[in-house]
Every structure is written in C-alpha cells, then in structure tokens.
Design a protein around this ligand. Structure first.
Ligand SMILES: Nc1ncnc2c1ncn2[C@@H]1O[C@H](COP(=O)(O)OP(=O)(O)OP(=O)(O)O)[C@@H](O)[C@H]1O
Ligand SMILES: [Mg+2]
Length: 256
C-alpha cells in the first residue's frame, strides 16, 4: 500500500511557498486512484513530493510504502523500493540512449548479484516486444531519451519505461495529454494490464476519456492544494460535464 498522510508541502522559490495542505490518500496494489483538479491546483506537486523532488519541502505529514516510512528517502531509494514517476513534461537526456537507461535501471534493480542479471540481448528483445505493444517504433530504443521525440512519443516512451521496469506503484502525470485517439486507448490498455498484474497507479488526468478504459477505484479532486472531494468513477464524469465550479473555481474567460 502507498499511503500519503496529512502531507503539507512547500516549494523552494524566493521563499518557501505552500502548495499542498494536509493531503491524505492511498493506493493499494492493483488499484487505480485518479487525481483531477484545475490547472495549478497541485497535482504535479503531489507526485513530485511523493517521489522526493528536491525542490519540494515536506513541512508536515508522512509517506508510507508497504508500511515503511519513506517520507525523506531520496528519489533513487524510492525508485529502488518500487516507485516510478512519469513526467508531465518529460525531459531530454542527451547522450543517453533509451535502451541504455533501461538496461542500467534494470541491472540496478537486480542488485549486486550477477546471477540475477539478465543479458543485454534478452533485455533488448523484451524491450522491442513491449515497444511494439505500445506503438513505439524500435528505433526509439537507440535514440537519446526524449531528444526530438514528439509530445505523444514522449508520453509513450514514459509509459514504456514504466512498464518495462515493472514498479510496484506508478505515479503517472497526465499520461494521456497530447496522445492521439488510438494512443490514449493503447496507453490505457497497457496501464490496465499492469494494474491487473497488481501494480498500483496514481493517475493524474484532466480527461474522463482515459478513465473509460482505465477504471479508477477512486477519484480525488485537488483544488488550491487541498483534496476537496473523493469519490468513485462517476465523479470524473461529473467533472467532465460540469467542470470545477461547484468547488468555487471561477473559469477565467479573458473577457473581463
Ligand atoms: N518553482 C516554482 N515557483 C513558484 N511557484 C511554483 C513553482 N513550481 C510550481 N509552482 C506553483 O505551484 C502550483 C501548483 O503547481 P502544479 O504544477 O502542482 O499544478 P498542477 O495541478 O499540476 O497543474 P496543471 O494541471 O497545469 O499541470 C502552481 O500555482 C504553480 O505555479
Ligand atoms: Mg501538472
């Protein structure tokens, strides 16, 4: 179980600026918890805070992974324990091939024992199969991570990395944004199949569409850094129809 308890977080800017207030939520293995909310409400900040981004300062609260307090562990330790974050805006890593990154990450997870290590040839073969499944051409394995990738290709590449590394929990930040219609379906089906194998998913999205394929167990709404409502899948449909006005969020239309 991934549990976030009463998390209050600030961002290091000129001074510390509060972004999250007393946020509590959890995801069990094989569960999907969707996070929705207006722009700037703190969704990305929540995922970064869980993962341990150094710009985010945890002022109060705790994060537990399978009962262990991981609140202040560095991101690499959280990663080795089974957390994976996919970025809303994936960064380019020049000079590092996608396949090289994943081979290094897989070996790191296998630990020091050579016995556990899988041959590079087998890893590449597995990667090719997985890439084909999610509509990423094999040539991307040889390209530098995200360099020159289109928006949709980056999103596919992020999910490809997640699926290849098989984490316990995936923190997915808008995996559907910028994907074509077929892409959303393919990505959603891949997420669902990981979930059916026991992966827990925290899924940030603006659109109910992806949730038609990846059925969330729970949907939480964040407004101004606070969880204002948690419900079932029907909450996503309601937001899709009516927006966030019921939470006192005023739409800016630029006409005033
Ligand atoms: N480095 C920073 N300095 C100052 N404010 C910041 C910084 N980084 C983030 N913020 C602010 O924190 C708030 C929450 O941002 P966050 O990225 O978590 O929103 P979000 O819910 O993911 O929005 P979106 O739907 O647009 O992705 C925003 O008001 C944002 O401007
Ligand atoms: Mg965001």
């Amino acid at each position: 179980m991934l549990e976030v308890k009463n998390l209050t977080v600030g961002i290091k800017a000129d001074k510390i600026k509060n972004v999250l207030y007393n946020v509590s939520l959890s995801v069990a293995p094989g569960e999907v918890h969707a996070i929705m909310g207006p722009n700037g409400s703190g969704k990305t900040s929540l995922l970064y805070s869980i993962m341990g981004h150094p710009r985010y300062v945890i002022l109060n609260g705790k994060i537990f992974l399978d009962g262990e307090d991981i609140t202040f562990l560095p991101p690499e330790e959280k990663s080795l324990r089974g957390l994976f974050i996919s970025f809303q805006h994936p960064v380019e890593v020049e000079g590092v091939r996608l396949s090289t990154l994943l081979i290094a990450a897989k070996n790191k997870r296998a630990g020091e024992s050579d016995l556990l290590k899988i041959s590079d040839v087998r890893m590449i073969r597995d990667m090719r199969q997985l890439a084909a499944r999610i509509g990423l051409k094999a040539e991307f394995l040889r390209r530098d991570v995200n360099v020159g990738f289109s928006g949709g290709e980056r999103k596919r590449s992020e999910l490809f990395q997640a699926l290849y590394l098989k984490p316990k929990y995936m923190l997915l930040d808008e995996p559907d944004t910028g994907l074509d219609v077929d892409g959303v379906k393919v990505i959603a089906e891949s997420i669902s199949s990981a979930v059916s194998e026991g992966v827990g998913v925290l899924l940030v999205t603006h659109y109910a569409r992806i949730l038609n394929y990846v059925r969330p167990d729970r949907v939480s709404v964040i407004v101004n850094g606070r969880i204002v409502e948690t419900g079932g899948p029907e909450l996503a449909q309601l937001i899709d129809r009516e927006g966030y006005s019921k939470y006192g969020v005023v739409e800016v239309d630029g006409s005033g």
